[in-house]
Design a protein around this ligand. Structure first.
Ligand code: NAG
Ligand code: NAG
Length: 336
Protein backbone atom coordinates (compact mmCIF):
# COMPACT_ATOMS: atom_id res chain seq x y z
CA UNK A 1 0.00 0.00 0.00
CA UNK A 2 0.94 3.65 -0.23
CA UNK A 3 1.27 4.17 3.53
CA UNK A 4 5.02 3.95 3.37
CA UNK A 5 5.20 7.21 1.48
CA UNK A 6 2.65 9.15 3.52
CA UNK A 7 4.04 12.25 5.17
CA UNK A 8 3.17 12.46 8.84
CA UNK A 9 3.48 15.24 11.34
CA UNK A 10 6.06 14.45 13.99
CA UNK A 11 5.96 16.07 17.37
CA UNK A 12 9.34 17.12 18.64
CA UNK A 13 9.35 16.29 22.34
CA UNK A 14 10.64 18.49 25.19
CA UNK A 15 12.94 20.89 23.39
CA UNK A 16 10.24 22.78 21.55
CA UNK A 17 7.05 24.35 22.78
CA UNK A 18 4.24 21.89 22.20
CA UNK A 19 2.64 23.94 19.44
CA UNK A 20 5.74 23.85 17.28
CA UNK A 21 5.90 20.82 15.11
CA UNK A 22 8.47 19.92 12.56
CA UNK A 23 7.27 20.38 9.02
CA UNK A 24 7.16 16.85 7.70
CA UNK A 25 8.85 13.59 8.45
CA UNK A 26 9.17 12.60 4.81
CA UNK A 27 12.41 13.50 3.12
CA UNK A 28 11.19 14.63 -0.26
CA UNK A 29 7.68 15.74 0.62
CA UNK A 30 6.00 18.95 -0.38
CA UNK A 31 6.90 21.81 1.98
CA UNK A 32 4.42 23.83 4.06
CA UNK A 33 4.96 27.58 3.76
CA UNK A 34 2.92 30.44 5.27
CA UNK A 35 0.77 32.52 2.95
CA UNK A 36 2.90 35.65 3.34
CA UNK A 37 6.34 34.03 3.03
CA UNK A 38 6.54 34.72 -0.67
CA UNK A 39 10.28 34.23 -1.15
CA UNK A 40 10.26 30.82 0.51
CA UNK A 41 7.08 29.88 -1.35
CA UNK A 42 8.56 30.65 -4.75
CA UNK A 43 11.80 28.87 -3.87
CA UNK A 44 9.76 25.78 -2.97
CA UNK A 45 7.74 26.04 -6.18
CA UNK A 46 10.93 26.29 -8.17
CA UNK A 47 12.70 23.39 -6.47
CA UNK A 48 9.79 20.98 -5.86
CA UNK A 49 7.20 22.20 -8.36
CA UNK A 50 4.52 22.34 -5.67
CA UNK A 51 4.00 23.82 -2.22
CA UNK A 52 1.42 23.61 0.55
CA UNK A 53 0.38 27.15 1.47
CA UNK A 54 -0.77 27.44 5.08
CA UNK A 55 -2.99 30.07 6.71
CA UNK A 56 -5.32 30.52 3.74
CA UNK A 57 -8.30 30.39 6.12
CA UNK A 58 -7.13 33.67 7.72
CA UNK A 59 -7.91 35.66 4.58
CA UNK A 60 -11.33 37.27 4.54
CA UNK A 61 -14.64 36.29 3.02
CA UNK A 62 -16.22 33.02 2.01
CA UNK A 63 -14.12 30.03 1.03
CA UNK A 64 -14.69 30.87 -2.60
CA UNK A 65 -13.37 34.40 -1.96
CA UNK A 66 -10.34 33.07 -0.08
CA UNK A 67 -9.53 30.81 -3.01
CA UNK A 68 -10.07 33.62 -5.47
CA UNK A 69 -7.67 35.93 -3.55
CA UNK A 70 -4.87 33.35 -3.49
CA UNK A 71 -3.27 34.08 -6.90
CA UNK A 72 -2.90 37.83 -6.40
CA UNK A 73 -1.58 37.29 -2.86
CA UNK A 74 1.04 34.79 -4.00
CA UNK A 75 1.96 36.09 -7.48
CA UNK A 76 1.63 39.87 -7.02
CA UNK A 77 2.17 41.78 -10.25
CA UNK A 78 2.71 38.62 -12.26
CA UNK A 79 -0.80 37.53 -13.19
CA UNK A 80 -2.10 37.54 -16.73
CA UNK A 81 -5.50 36.51 -15.43
CA UNK A 82 -7.28 39.39 -13.78
CA UNK A 83 -10.09 37.47 -12.14
CA UNK A 84 -8.92 33.94 -11.42
CA UNK A 85 -11.73 31.50 -11.98
CA UNK A 86 -12.62 29.47 -8.93
CA UNK A 87 -14.70 26.33 -9.00
CA UNK A 88 -15.99 24.30 -6.07
CA UNK A 89 -15.02 20.73 -6.95
CA UNK A 90 -17.76 19.45 -4.64
CA UNK A 91 -20.29 21.59 -6.55
CA UNK A 92 -18.92 20.38 -9.85
CA UNK A 93 -19.47 16.78 -8.80
CA UNK A 94 -23.18 17.51 -8.59
CA UNK A 95 -23.18 18.25 -12.33
CA UNK A 96 -20.61 15.78 -13.59
CA UNK A 97 -22.75 12.82 -14.44
CA UNK A 98 -25.36 14.48 -16.61
CA UNK A 99 -23.09 16.99 -18.33
CA UNK A 100 -20.12 15.02 -19.58
CA UNK A 101 -20.35 13.76 -23.12
CA UNK A 102 -18.79 10.44 -22.16
CA UNK A 103 -20.39 8.36 -19.44
CA UNK A 104 -17.61 7.95 -16.88
CA UNK A 105 -17.99 5.45 -14.10
CA UNK A 106 -18.90 7.00 -10.76
CA UNK A 107 -16.01 9.43 -10.28
CA UNK A 108 -16.68 10.97 -6.91
CA UNK A 109 -14.34 9.56 -4.28
CA UNK A 110 -12.41 7.41 -6.75
CA UNK A 111 -8.62 7.87 -7.03
CA UNK A 112 -7.42 10.31 -9.68
CA UNK A 113 -4.59 9.34 -11.98
CA UNK A 114 -1.83 11.92 -12.36
CA UNK A 115 -2.91 14.60 -14.82
CA UNK A 116 -2.64 18.24 -15.82
CA UNK A 117 -5.54 20.68 -15.41
CA UNK A 118 -7.00 22.95 -18.07
CA UNK A 119 -6.56 20.71 -21.10
CA UNK A 120 -9.62 22.32 -22.65
CA UNK A 121 -7.30 25.28 -23.37
CA UNK A 122 -4.90 23.14 -25.37
CA UNK A 123 -1.50 24.83 -25.36
CA UNK A 124 -2.86 27.78 -23.36
CA UNK A 125 -3.63 25.92 -20.18
CA UNK A 126 -3.09 27.72 -16.84
CA UNK A 127 0.52 27.50 -15.69
CA UNK A 128 -0.37 27.43 -11.99
CA UNK A 129 -3.28 25.87 -10.17
CA UNK A 130 -4.28 25.66 -6.52
CA UNK A 131 -6.67 23.64 -4.39
CA UNK A 132 -7.99 25.28 -1.25
CA UNK A 133 -9.28 22.87 1.37
CA UNK A 134 -12.48 23.83 3.18
CA UNK A 135 -13.02 20.35 4.58
CA UNK A 136 -11.61 16.87 4.07
CA UNK A 137 -13.47 13.63 3.98
CA UNK A 138 -13.23 11.22 6.91
CA UNK A 139 -10.82 8.79 5.26
CA UNK A 140 -8.37 8.90 2.37
CA UNK A 141 -7.90 11.73 -0.11
CA UNK A 142 -4.08 11.81 0.03
CA UNK A 143 -2.57 13.92 -2.72
CA UNK A 144 0.58 13.31 -4.73
CA UNK A 145 2.45 15.01 -7.52
CA UNK A 146 4.55 13.65 -10.38
CA UNK A 147 7.54 15.75 -11.35
CA UNK A 148 8.22 16.06 -15.09
CA UNK A 149 11.92 16.44 -14.33
CA UNK A 150 11.93 13.03 -12.63
CA UNK A 151 10.05 11.43 -15.51
CA UNK A 152 12.67 12.83 -17.88
CA UNK A 153 15.51 11.59 -15.64
CA UNK A 154 13.95 8.14 -15.58
CA UNK A 155 13.72 8.06 -19.38
CA UNK A 156 17.29 9.25 -19.77
CA UNK A 157 18.73 6.83 -17.20
CA UNK A 158 17.31 3.92 -19.17
CA UNK A 159 18.86 5.01 -22.44
CA UNK A 160 22.02 3.09 -23.12
CA UNK A 161 21.34 0.25 -20.67
CA UNK A 162 20.64 -3.36 -21.52
CA UNK A 163 16.88 -3.08 -20.91
CA UNK A 164 16.64 0.18 -22.85
CA UNK A 165 13.97 0.30 -25.51
CA UNK A 166 15.23 0.33 -29.06
CA UNK A 167 14.45 4.02 -29.41
CA UNK A 168 16.06 7.01 -27.69
CA UNK A 169 13.11 8.14 -25.56
CA UNK A 170 15.38 10.59 -23.72
CA UNK A 171 15.83 12.59 -26.91
CA UNK A 172 12.57 11.88 -28.72
CA UNK A 173 10.44 12.99 -25.77
CA UNK A 174 11.75 16.51 -26.42
CA UNK A 175 11.82 16.46 -30.21
CA UNK A 176 9.03 14.24 -31.56
CA UNK A 177 5.83 16.19 -32.17
CA UNK A 178 2.71 14.38 -30.98
CA UNK A 179 -0.99 15.09 -30.62
CA UNK A 180 -1.77 16.29 -27.09
CA UNK A 181 -5.37 17.31 -27.79
CA UNK A 182 -8.00 16.12 -25.33
CA UNK A 183 -10.76 14.37 -27.28
CA UNK A 184 -13.89 12.81 -25.89
CA UNK A 185 -14.03 9.81 -25.87
CA UNK A 186 -11.64 8.52 -24.58
CA UNK A 187 -11.05 11.85 -22.76
CA UNK A 188 -13.70 13.57 -20.68
CA UNK A 189 -14.23 16.61 -22.91
CA UNK A 190 -13.11 18.05 -26.23
CA UNK A 191 -10.34 20.56 -25.78
CA UNK A 192 -8.53 22.89 -28.17
CA UNK A 193 -6.12 21.28 -30.58
CA UNK A 194 -2.64 20.95 -29.08
CA UNK A 195 0.29 19.54 -31.08
CA UNK A 196 3.76 19.70 -29.53
CA UNK A 197 6.63 17.54 -28.24
CA UNK A 198 5.76 15.78 -24.96
CA UNK A 199 8.37 17.83 -23.11
CA UNK A 200 9.97 21.17 -23.76
CA UNK A 201 11.31 24.15 -21.85
CA UNK A 202 9.64 27.52 -21.61
CA UNK A 203 11.40 30.28 -19.60
CA UNK A 204 13.73 27.59 -18.13
CA UNK A 205 10.69 25.65 -16.89
CA UNK A 206 9.88 22.16 -18.13
CA UNK A 207 6.50 21.87 -19.84
CA UNK A 208 4.89 18.48 -19.68
CA UNK A 209 1.18 17.70 -19.79
CA UNK A 210 -0.97 14.63 -19.46
CA UNK A 211 -4.63 13.74 -19.48
CA UNK A 212 -5.92 10.22 -19.07
CA UNK A 213 -8.51 8.11 -20.76
CA UNK A 214 -11.78 7.34 -19.00
CA UNK A 215 -11.20 3.58 -19.38
CA UNK A 216 -7.74 3.84 -17.82
CA UNK A 217 -9.25 5.41 -14.72
CA UNK A 218 -11.51 2.43 -14.24
CA UNK A 219 -8.69 -0.04 -14.75
CA UNK A 220 -6.32 1.80 -12.39
CA UNK A 221 -8.41 1.23 -9.27
CA UNK A 222 -7.92 -2.00 -7.30
CA UNK A 223 -10.58 -4.05 -5.46
CA UNK A 224 -10.07 -2.02 -2.26
CA UNK A 225 -10.62 1.26 -4.07
CA UNK A 226 -6.94 2.31 -4.00
CA UNK A 227 -4.71 3.27 -6.89
CA UNK A 228 -2.84 0.26 -8.24
CA UNK A 229 0.94 0.52 -8.01
CA UNK A 230 1.82 -2.03 -10.68
CA UNK A 231 2.34 -0.99 -14.30
CA UNK A 232 -0.98 -0.77 -16.16
CA UNK A 233 -1.77 -0.60 -19.87
CA UNK A 234 -1.35 2.74 -21.64
CA UNK A 235 -3.30 5.50 -19.83
CA UNK A 236 -2.46 8.81 -21.54
CA UNK A 237 -4.41 10.61 -24.24
CA UNK A 238 -1.23 11.35 -26.19
CA UNK A 239 -1.36 9.98 -29.71
CA UNK A 240 0.75 10.03 -32.84
CA UNK A 241 0.00 12.77 -35.34
CA UNK A 242 -1.47 11.13 -38.45
CA UNK A 243 1.35 11.08 -41.00
CA UNK A 244 0.93 12.91 -44.30
CA UNK A 245 2.11 9.85 -46.21
CA UNK A 246 2.76 6.25 -45.21
CA UNK A 247 5.45 5.75 -42.56
CA UNK A 248 4.31 2.65 -40.65
CA UNK A 249 7.78 2.29 -39.12
CA UNK A 250 7.63 5.86 -37.88
CA UNK A 251 4.16 5.33 -36.40
CA UNK A 252 5.42 2.29 -34.52
CA UNK A 253 8.33 4.29 -33.15
CA UNK A 254 6.05 7.07 -31.93
CA UNK A 255 3.73 4.53 -30.31
CA UNK A 256 6.74 2.96 -28.57
CA UNK A 257 7.81 6.41 -27.35
CA UNK A 258 4.35 7.24 -25.97
CA UNK A 259 4.20 3.92 -24.15
CA UNK A 260 7.68 4.39 -22.65
CA UNK A 261 6.83 7.86 -21.34
CA UNK A 262 3.46 6.71 -20.02
CA UNK A 263 5.16 3.83 -18.19
CA UNK A 264 7.69 6.25 -16.66
CA UNK A 265 4.79 8.42 -15.44
CA UNK A 266 3.09 5.40 -13.89
CA UNK A 267 6.31 4.40 -12.12
CA UNK A 268 6.83 7.93 -10.78
CA UNK A 269 3.20 8.04 -9.63
CA UNK A 270 3.62 4.78 -7.68
CA UNK A 271 6.83 6.10 -6.06
CA UNK A 272 5.55 9.61 -5.26
CA UNK A 273 5.07 10.35 -1.54
CA UNK A 274 1.44 10.82 -0.51
CA UNK A 275 0.54 13.74 1.71
CA UNK A 276 -2.58 15.04 3.39
CA UNK A 277 -3.81 18.61 3.20
CA UNK A 278 -5.47 20.16 6.26
CA UNK A 279 -8.42 22.50 6.35
CA UNK A 280 -7.35 26.07 5.58
CA UNK A 281 -4.37 24.97 3.48
CA UNK A 282 -3.89 25.19 -0.26
CA UNK A 283 -1.90 22.94 -2.53
CA UNK A 284 -0.27 25.11 -5.18
CA UNK A 285 1.13 23.36 -8.24
CA UNK A 286 3.22 24.29 -11.25
CA UNK A 287 0.79 22.97 -13.86
CA UNK A 288 3.49 23.06 -16.56
CA UNK A 289 6.04 20.85 -14.85
CA UNK A 290 3.94 18.70 -12.53
CA UNK A 291 1.07 16.26 -12.77
CA UNK A 292 -1.21 15.87 -9.79
CA UNK A 293 -3.20 12.90 -8.55
CA UNK A 294 -5.15 11.76 -5.53
CA UNK A 295 -6.05 8.60 -3.67
CA UNK A 296 -9.70 7.72 -3.16
CA UNK A 297 -11.67 9.02 -0.19
CA UNK A 298 -14.87 8.20 1.63
CA UNK A 299 -16.88 9.03 4.72
CA UNK A 300 -19.92 11.03 5.68
CA UNK A 301 -18.14 14.41 5.94
CA UNK A 302 -18.39 16.21 2.60
CA UNK A 303 -15.00 16.90 1.10
CA UNK A 304 -14.99 20.55 -0.01
CA UNK A 305 -12.18 21.77 -2.22
CA UNK A 306 -11.96 24.96 -4.26
CA UNK A 307 -9.91 24.81 -7.41
CA UNK A 308 -8.20 27.90 -8.86
CA UNK A 309 -6.69 28.16 -12.33
CA UNK A 310 -4.41 31.10 -13.07
CA UNK A 311 -1.99 32.32 -15.70
CA UNK A 312 1.27 34.13 -14.93
CA UNK A 313 3.59 36.20 -17.11
CA UNK A 314 5.61 33.02 -17.77
CA UNK A 315 2.67 31.12 -19.27
CA UNK A 316 1.61 31.12 -22.92
CA UNK A 317 -1.23 33.39 -21.80
CA UNK A 318 -4.92 33.29 -22.50
CA UNK A 319 -5.65 33.65 -26.20
CA UNK A 320 -7.42 36.82 -27.30
CA UNK A 321 -11.17 36.55 -26.93
CA UNK A 322 -11.03 33.32 -24.98
CA UNK A 323 -12.94 33.34 -21.70
CA UNK A 324 -11.25 32.50 -18.43
CA UNK A 325 -12.74 29.30 -17.18
CA UNK A 326 -12.27 27.23 -14.08
CA UNK A 327 -13.71 23.88 -14.98
CA UNK A 328 -13.89 21.23 -17.67
CA UNK A 329 -17.63 21.66 -17.39
CA UNK A 330 -17.20 25.00 -19.17
CA UNK A 331 -15.65 23.32 -22.21
CA UNK A 332 -18.70 24.06 -24.32
CA UNK A 333 -18.10 27.77 -23.84
CA UNK A 334 -14.74 27.48 -25.54
CA UNK A 335 -16.01 25.74 -28.64
CA UNK A 336 -19.04 28.00 -29.06
C1 NAG B 1 -25.72 20.36 -16.32
O1 NAG B 1 -26.87 19.96 -17.00
C2 NAG B 1 -28.05 20.39 -16.39
C3 NAG B 1 -29.22 19.77 -17.13
O2 NAG B 1 -28.83 19.16 -18.30
C4 NAG B 1 -28.11 21.91 -16.38
O3 NAG B 1 -29.28 22.37 -15.77
C5 NAG B 1 -26.90 22.44 -15.64
O4 NAG B 1 -26.85 23.84 -15.73
C6 NAG B 1 -25.64 21.86 -16.21
N1 NAG B 1 -24.54 22.25 -15.37
C7 NAG B 1 -23.42 22.76 -15.83
C8 NAG B 1 -22.41 23.10 -14.81
O5 NAG B 1 -23.21 22.93 -17.00
C1 NAG C 1 7.67 37.76 -14.86
O1 NAG C 1 7.60 38.71 -13.80
C2 NAG C 1 8.65 38.61 -12.83
C3 NAG C 1 8.35 39.58 -11.72
O2 NAG C 1 8.10 40.86 -12.23
C4 NAG C 1 9.99 38.83 -13.50
O3 NAG C 1 11.03 38.66 -12.56
C5 NAG C 1 10.16 37.82 -14.63
O4 NAG C 1 11.35 38.07 -15.32
C6 NAG C 1 8.97 37.91 -15.59
N1 NAG C 1 9.11 36.87 -16.59
C7 NAG C 1 9.00 37.11 -17.89
C8 NAG C 1 9.17 35.96 -18.79
O5 NAG C 1 8.75 38.21 -18.35
Amino acid sequence: MFLQGVCRYVWLPLLLPPLLRSEESCSEGIRRIGLHELTAMHEALESEGAVIVTGVHHTGGTWEEKASALPSLTFPGRLVSKTPKVQGIHLEHQHLKQNLTTKPFELVGKPLLPHTDGYIYGEFLPDYIAFVVESQSDTGGQNFVVDGNKVLERLCEKSGTADAPSLDACLLVRTQTVDLTERSPPGYVNGREFIAPLMRHQHQRLRFHRQVSVLACEDAVDEDGGLRSNLRPYQSLWSAVAPAHGGDGHQREVTELLEAVDAAVQQEAAAAPRFMLQEGEALMIDNYRMLHGREGYHGTTERKLWRVWFWTNESSGIPEGMPELGSVLDAEELSS
